[in-house]
Design a protein around this ligand. Sequence first.
Ligand code: ATP
Ligand code: MG
Length: 377
Amino acid sequence: MKILSINLKNFRNYASLNVEFNSIINIIYGNNAQGKTNLLEAIYYMAFGFTYRTRSEEELIKFGATDFSTDINFSNKFYKNKIIIKKYLKNGKYKKELTFNNNVLKAKEHYGLLNVVLFSPDDLQIVKGEPGLRRKFINLEIAQTDKYYYNLLVKYNKTMLQRNKFLKDSKEKINIDFTQLLVWDSELAKIAAEIIIIRLETLKRISEISADVYNKLTLSKENLNLSYILKTSDGETSKISSKTQKEWEEWYLKEFKMRRNLDVIRCSTSIGPHRDDILINVDDNNLRAFGSQGQQRSAALALKLAELEFIKEVKEEYPVLLLDDVMSELDSGRRKQLLTFIDGKVQTFITVNDKELVKYLPDSKYFYVENGNMYEE
Ligand code: ATP
Ligand code: MG
């Protein structure tokens, strides 16, 4: 995929921006707080319909304004496309309007039309941080290429909330209606089974790709390896035997039952894909606990580049790559490996303070950003 042009009005610190991109590598450089990350955020927002920087979309509106609009032209292997998102005030309430090639879209229809992979320094947390970040990584990755999975996640969360509400309402009662609870359990077990089957299959592939990318990036013989950690009623396990949909459903039903009393006390669901994790190892060492800073950084980058390759496999074309502020974090060897990796095949947006860090790349263009204005060099 290739972004051809972007139009922003009142988005973050851009009052008005109109820019065309006709190179593979686009280097966005400038001092701190000028709008480099804001531009990548705008691309991300147009791809996903939400931003990774805040939960409150109103923050995207330029200070002092009451609305914004973003507009992107991009090509995939078939067509040229246009996505427009507008956010504005109507009768004192914020409205959001989304169109794809002039047709109005729902949020769930929008997701996955423009594929983007973002790598920023925060992504180190995929390796170092809480399990929720690794779940988010795998969820977003699959959902970008698989609408069915996206809908499963929505259904799963909705069903779990209903189950939790039932647990909460039951807590006050003397006799809990276990037949009704079983209805929620069966519903949730069915969706959980579908989710875990897709996750296990995808993780296997991502693990293979990221191991390969890790070797290329680090020029090492170390083996990066990802494995799924399944939450169970007596702890967790990475020894997961392969099961059919039916067998997984039965497994979840059994586990929900084992945890029933605890779940009633806590008014929450303690087993399920929303509690699982991914173990990231280099050789036999858990990187989260024992990795060096450099190993963790390379692994995070390898995971993101594996995401890029995975999307390419499924969609048969590369997504757009956004590299926010990662050049200064990598040593020169890894920087070179990274640029060799993306060379020529992936449209990439790179933000840097110092443009010397990414000098003389083929098919590249430089954009200087100052106070919400962009100047093409
Ligand atoms: P760095 O090199 O430090 O990462 P940057 O160029 O990536 O800098 P951005 O994060 O893109 O910086 O932009 C930050 C600037 O945008 C800040 O000055 C901030 O005040 C401004 N900003 C953020 N949100 C808004 C908004 N809603 N309206 C106007 N300005 C905003
Ligand atoms: Mg920035």
